[in-house]
Design a protein around this ligand. Structure first.
Ligand code: IPE
Ligand code: IPE
Ligand code: MG
Length: 248
């Protein structure tokens, strides 16, 4: 659905509401979307890439500071060789096509996850996109690529262990801030809203640390059907939640 302006969102959210600074989405349901249409899974992933275009633009228009999308998990390597190579191909295509447009829309591309596990050409494309958009001041669009929360925490712990061994860090100085500073998300705003599409109610190794006080929203919509209106609804839903952070 098109044409829902940022002011329409703030109307929907109402006086009590606020736009989340950082939204993360587990984009799930591409395979089921395709299956319902008797199409191959890749058709669902292609439709999912279109939804990414729509939702990135909507997040920008609604004034979200950071949008993190789970594009490929560190566990998705368990899928068939064919599906993995289809997904990598689609990612390549997406990056090739979108960078210029993201740049013209003042969107800053970033990545989280272990890029070293991806093909060289894909890493080069992602790095190019990050470099080309690094001075943009609008939406931070964060692609989670070969990302797993446990892997991210393991890498942070190794970093800490090295700093301790080299005498740069005292064990007594290891606190939440020291860990957060070593996570891939260290320079992003705190996660306010975590959405999962397709009706599954699990986190599948996504932003486990960061989600400590995030609001969780599970919607039945399959990812390729998630659109501007769906994002506006999610933001409106966030706006009426009461966040307590352990107090009161
Ligand atoms: C999400 O859709 C896309 C990725 C994991 C890359 P799925 O491929 O997981 O779709 P379902 O869950 O099988 O419907
Ligand atoms: C999570 O979805 C990963 C991404 C959306 C990239 P999955 O479809 O891989 O998760 P599970 O297997 O259902 O937990
Ligand atoms: Mg899935």
């Amino acid at each position: 659905m098109k044409g829902l302006s940022a002011s329409a969102v703030s109307d929907a959210v109402g006086a009590a509401g606020s736009v989340p600074r950082h939204i993360a989405i587990i984009m799930d349901g591409n395979g089921r979307w395709a299956k319902r249409r008797f199409l191959p899974r890749i058709a669902g992933h292609k439709a999912g890439a279109e939804a990414v275009r729509t939702v990135v633009r909507a997040a920008r228009d609604f004034g979200v500071q950071a949008l993190t999308l789970y594009a490929f998990s560190s566990e998705n390597w368990r899928r068939s060789n064919e599906e993995v190579s289809d997904l990598m191909g689609l990612l390549r295509l997406y990056l090739r096509r979108e960078i210029r447009e993201l740049n013209s829309e003042n969107v800053r591309l970033r990545t989280i996850g272990d890029l070293s596990g991806l093909g060289k050409d894909l890493v080069a494309l992602a790095r190019e996109g990050v470099e080309a958009t690094k001075n943009n001041t609008g939406l931070n669009f964060v692609l989670a690529l070969n990302y797993g929360s446990q892997d991210e925490i393991v890498r942070a712990m190794r970093d800490i262990a090295t700093d301790v061994r080299e005498g740069r860090l005292e064990p007594a100085d290891i606190d939440a801030a020291a860990i957060e500073a070593r996570l891939d998300t260290n320079d992003l705003p705190p996660l306010d809203l975590l959405i999962r599409t397709s009706g599954e109610r699990r986190l599948s190794n996504f932003l486990l640390w960061q989600a400590a006080y995030a609001e969780l929203l599970f919607v039945d919509t399959l990812w390729p059907d998630f659109d501007r209106k769906a994002l506006a609804d999610a933001i409106a839903n966030f706006g009426i939640r009461e966040r307590r952070f352990g107090g009161r």
